[in-house]
Design a protein around this ligand. Structure first.
Ligand code: FMN
Length: 310
């Protein structure tokens, strides 16, 4: 049985979402924060709020950083340490153009020397444990394999590999041959990430790569928040159970966002609508559209009720 990690998804898996997910569905061993970065003006308030300890009590949370230089890396790691974290995840996978242009995320992978100097900074923090989340490369698979000898030597807790190239963004096929080669050559515990949407997908990957330490799920868990607990318990939930839990999950999310967000009805409505960007993609089209098009909390609530209690 593989351990399940919940992938970081900027704009979706914030602290409220992670905590409510852990309370209502669970099945997830580790949640990651969306990446924290340093800007000219310092840290973003949004990031500071997201990693605050009082908002991260229910779940095992590992904060993630994105950086291009050792200086940026040190600043963020010290912040995490100050906040009491002992584990740090390093983002070498993000394909967003702004980050890539700044040689961050998957944009660092083609620059071997810069990537190596960033990774060596890990050695300055022997009291912390580091993991890496990466792609096979920005535009060539060889980029990750050029870094692998160093990665193998560093004291990493694990590596998570999303076997796509940065230039593919989130589309196109995943590179199973590339993953398979990395699996053979990587000396650290390895987690697979990418495009797993259901129980059968998870089981097939675990069967094909029995030595995997675990699986990281992103969009599949946003779509079916019960997927991790279903996999871990080995028992499929029936439609009624899923709906009941979804109603609890949804209502608690809304209550928690209502308490935290300061922008009133409009902000709460747009936040709740983002939950539906991925949730229940197979639900009936008409009521789903009504949810996404609602213009007030009243119409939103009634549309969600129709969708979840047909
Ligand atoms: C909207 C969005 C935001 C994301 N934000 C992050 C992030 O902050 N850090 C990160 O490492 N990956 C991020 N990712 C990538 C996911 O963690 C994951 O690697 C990717 O979606 C592939 O896994 P999946 O097919 O299971 O979703 C993001 C992906 C999406 C679609």
């Amino acid at each position: 049985m593989a351990v399940i990690h919940f992938a970081p998804l900027q704009g979706y898996t914030d602290s409220v979402y992670r905590e409510v997910h852990a309370r209502i569905f669970g099945g997830v061993d580790t949640y990651y924060t969306p990446f924290v970065r340093v800007e000219k003006s310092g840290f973003r308030n949004k990031d500071l709020k997201d990693i605050a300890r009082d908002g991260n009590k229910q779940a095992h949370v590992v904060p993630q950083l994105i950086a291009s230089t050792p200086d940026e890396f040190r600043l963020i790691v010290r912040l995490f340490r100050e906040k009491g974290y002992r584990e740090v995840d390093i983002n070498l996978g993000c394909p967003f153009p702004m980050q890539v242009r700044a040689h961050r995320g998957s944009g660092l992978l083609p620059h071997q020397e810069e990537a190596e100097s960033l990774l060596h900074t890990i050695e300055e923090f022997p009291d912390l444990s580091f993991s890496v989340k990466m792609r096979l490369g920005w535009e060539r698979t060889e980029e990750s394999f050029a870094l692998l000898p160093l990665l193998n030597k560093l004291p990493l807790k694990h590596i998570t590999l999303h076997p796509r190239l940065g230039i593919q963004q989130y589309k196109g096929v995943v590179d199973w041959d590339g993953f398979s080669r990395f699996y053979e050559e990587c000396r650290h515990p390895l987690y697979y990430n990418g495009d797993l949407l259901g129980l059968e997908d998870i089981r097939a990957v675990k069967e094909r790569f029995p030595g995997l330490a675990g699986i990281m799920l992103g969009r599949g868990l946003l779509a079916s928040p019960w997927l991790a607990s279903e996999y871990m318990s080995g028992q499929a939930l029936n439609v009624k159970e899923i709906r009941e839990r979804l109603v609890t999950f949804h209502d608690l999310l809304m209550d928690e966002y209502a308490t935290r967000l300061e922008g009133g009805e409009h902000q709460l409505l747009s936040k709740m609508k983002t939950v539906w960007d991925y949730l229940l993609p197979e639900a009936d089209k008409k009521p789903r559209k009504k949810v996404l098009k609602s213009t007030s909390l009243t119409s939103y609530r009634s549309a969600v009720k129709d969708l979840l209690n047909p």
